[in-house]
Design a protein around this ligand. Sequence first.
Ligand code: PLP
Length: 374
Amino acid sequence: MKVDFFLHNVGEQERGLVDETLQSVFLTTGPRTKKFEEALSAYLGTQYCVGTTSWTMGAFITLKALGIGAGDEVITSPMTFIATGNVILHAGARPVFVDVEPDTGNIDADQIEKAITPKTKAIMPIHLYGQMCDMKKISDIAQRHNLYVIEDSAHCIEGVRDDIRPGQVSDAAVFSFYATKNITCGEGGAIVTNSEDLTKKLQKYRLHGMSKGAAERYSKAYQHWDMELLGYKCNMNDIQASMLLPQLEAIEEIRTRKEAICRRYEEAFAGLEGVTFPVALPQSKHARHIFTIWADPEKRDEVLLKLQEAGIGVAVNFRAIHLLTYYHETFGYKRGDFPVAEKIGDSTITIPLYAKMSNEAVEYVISCVADICS
Ligand SMILES: Cc1ncc(COP(=O)(O)O)c(C=O)c1O
């Protein structure tokens, strides 16, 4: 049997809307992008949303718009995709890592305060695999130390913890619509915030600092635009938004199926020797972006290859980023600096999880994991 690592949910409705857009005049940032931005902020209960071409560019312009740059420090954790650390570096600031909780892989909020220095400007927590960090604690720390909070919500659109959703108690939450994300347009991103001032800045930063976007310039009597700041080029377009709108409508239905698969995985692996997995906290609604198992670090790579040989799509999310060559050579990080993230990074294997997965495929994955790990 072959089990794909991921299958997206782009179907007839998305194709229909893309086709409509292609037949219209407007392909760049226009009415569909606006509609998607309104729909995402309505879904999350935030006031504003700005669509971008990726999480990476969304997070980068958020740092720029908040004035974070040379000489500043941003606290984050090393159990993440490299994009999180890289955007902080691109902005000219320095990522300061804090280790993660052993049961979830999320930043250990109790260790944040000791990493704060006079240079600290922001905290960037990652809602790993789709489970939210302790935003109550994090926003409390940020308020006491006058720091910005930018959530790496690349894995988490649907999550809720302590009645808090992404973007609700932070300065901004940034999302990814990369090919394997819960909703996707191949590549894409968005930022949600409750700050009108930040929204206006982000709208300029995503489009060369221009005072008017294409829709404003051409849908009304011609108006001159000005360049108000040195911006970038990372505005979401209407083709991307057309793919995302129907998926956003179906997001809860898709999550329900993924939740059922995760519950079955958790039930099956609970008694299995040699395998553990991150805890889904009872006080949170998990976005169920990906499901990872933690194998014996000595055997992880062997298990990974054996699962692949059995026809199962696998990935590693993630090896702790402070140990990757660039971070190790540039900043001198070494093994032992963040032991919990390292342990997770050495043992983690991501197994298939998507709404289209059949029960038969789920059982096949379970039996292969059981055979290979025991
Ligand atoms: C935790 C995390 N942050 C950021 C990103 C970057 O997202 P994008 O590829 O949309 O820039 C990813 C991407 O997969 C991710 O997993």
